[in-house]
Ligand binder design. Structure first.
Ligand code: PXP
Length: 246
């Protein structure tokens, strides 16, 4: 069964728009779980633009499924992860000016890579699964393995944009990049996850890329929830990942 992690940052973004006490993040997470979410994914950004520290502690305490903690590679975030002990961490690049995580980790700098390796080592030693959010390339999958990742989350953003734009040439290229990266991850014994930009149209097509064991999806689910609520929106995404078109 493919696992679905629902990214609830987008619910916290709604709360931030007016700095109101609602919508309640835990209640939202529980709706997703009632709809079949296997995991709740949260990204505590350095600027705390949506998820805040209190959310992390509260969700960790009360949520009954796995928590996937997306984090930038900083000492502060590492300390929070080690204290909170989520099921997994997902190391992501973070830029202040971006609207959302725009690309995978840049694995080209030896000093930075050494820090990623330390984060992987310390989290794994604490029983947390270290995952790296990377571009779907064999090279980055191999590097992630070398640096101690137990999982990779492959960035599907470019694929999803090509799909939405019906850009056939680009799409063929992105499907093969994804397939190739999944294969590399499997060969190296990594857990292969994927996410970013996945909507209800492309989700059923992802069945053609076997080997991905977990998807983390947020924006499209929260958008669908405007019409049907979070529980049903999550259930629809679970069905979509099983190959059922809306
Ligand atoms: N995975 C990672 C690492 C992300 O940064 C995000 C965006 O917050 C997602 C998955 C979910 O992306 P989307 O909201 O586009 O579904």
């Amino acid at each position: 069964m493919i696992r679905l992690g629902v990214n609830v940052d987008h619910v916290a973004t709604l709360r931030r728009l007016r700095d109101t006490p609602y919508p309640d993040l835990l209640a939202a997470a529980n709706e997703c779980i009632a709809g079949g979410a296997d995991q709740i994914t949260i990204h505590l950004r350095e600027d705390r633009r949506h998820i805040v520290d209190e959310d992390v502690a509260r969700l960790r305490k009360h949520v009954k499924v796995d928590i996937n903690f997306e984090m930038a590679a900083t000492d502060e975030m590492l300390a929070i992860a080690l204290r909170t002990k989520p099921h997994s961490i997902c190391l992501v690049p973070e830029k202040r000016e971006e609207r959302t995580t725009e690309g995978g980790l840049d694995l080209s700098d030896a000093t930075r890579n050494a820090f990623y390796a330390r984060i992987a080592k310390e989290t794994a030693a604490a029983g947390i699964l270290p995952s790296f959010f990377i571009e779907p390339s064999r090279k980055d999958v191999e590097l992630s393995k070398t640096l101690g990742a137990g999982a990779v989350e492959l960035h599907t953003g470019a694929l999803c944009v090509a799909y939405q734009k019906k850009d056939g040439t680009r799409l063929d290229k992105e499907w093969s990049r994804l397939r190739e990266a999944v294969k590399a991850g499997q060969q190296l014994g990594l857990l292969v996850h994927a996410g970013h930009g996945i909507d209800y149209d492309i989700a059923p097509e992802l069945r053609d890329v076997p080997g991905v064991v977990e998807y983390n999806i947020g924006h499209s689910i929260v958008c669908e929830a405007v019409f049907c609520g979070l529980k049903e929106a999550t259930a629809r995404m679970k069905r979509a990942l099983q190959g059922k078109h809306k």
